[in-house]
Design a protein around this ligand. Sequence first.
Ligand code: FES
Ligand code: FE2
Length: 353
Amino acid sequence: MIKIDKNINKAKTLSSKFYTDNNIFEQSKNIFEDSIQIICSSSELIHLNTYPFTYFDGFLDENLLITKKDGDFLCLSNVCTHRGHVLAQCSNNNDVLQCKYHGRTFALDGVLKNAPGFENTSKFPSDDDNLTQVSLFNWNHFLFISFNKDSEIFNILKQIDKILPDFPYSDLSKAPIRNEYLLDCHWALYCDNYLEGFHIPYVHKGLNDDIDWKNYKTEILDQIVLQKVRSKNLNDSIEYDSGGDMYAYYFFIFPNIMINYYKWGISINVIEPISKDKTRIKYMIYNLKGQSIPKKSSSSVDMVESEDQEVVLSVQKGIKSRFYKSGQFSPSMEKGVHYFHRLISKKIFNFNQ
Ligand code: FES
Ligand SMILES: [Fe+2]
């Protein structure tokens, strides 16, 4: 059992068992089943009607499909309702889905259209023969889905709109720079590290030269942690907010999405668990029209990423020590990590206090 005190002054971090125990790792699937997840931007589907993907490859392993029907986006099960063949193998712009196994066809809203060989089958077709729909929400051109059937779950994203109401989403590049890599660590260790700026002067010396670290701020929203920091140099400052001197807004959407707003655009990290010590980081960068990513190598996104990976991999080793169980939070610097640990404790172990 892992209980996190709501008083940060007294609380202890998640016990090392959380990061090292296989059963607890399996239980963490519930967190992801219940969460909202970003899939892609709608601009990536401009010329496509279907976009198949494996949802959390190696973890939840669900075959899903985004379709576009009459301009609306839908998320469907990509598994044929006959004997379970995976329907679409690659993106295309056909206006019907046909199963390659026995020829069943479906409309792009998942409704069964034709099923050769089933002419004399009784009570056929029924609703069970249509493809299951998964909740989808189009947030500022980004398509989010969830297995949670409560559509209100997507409302947490509106908190970002309140903070950055003037962000010009339609000026973002249509095709992002996409990258992904595997890291030999527990998924939550990567998130823990993201959720505090405490380590910046020690780990990111180049970044620290660019920002006003002493005024680093962390705000706890509903299921979201916002970290924001001012820029030392007005040339690096964000222009689409009211402050005029911000270097970045870092939004963490529980349990695993990071959306970072910079002067030049946004970067998105999606942290996907594979096993208790293997994690996939999906990385997308969208530039704003007329802006380019700064070249300065000491504080570049790539440099900061590799510095972060180094410390996360070191913690992954240290967390297995027989002498380490858990630590305490810095009340001034680790509010975000504390909130993250409390949400985990609540969602997996049902602690709510
Ligand atoms: S599995 Fe699809 S038609 Fe048989
Ligand atoms: Fe970092």
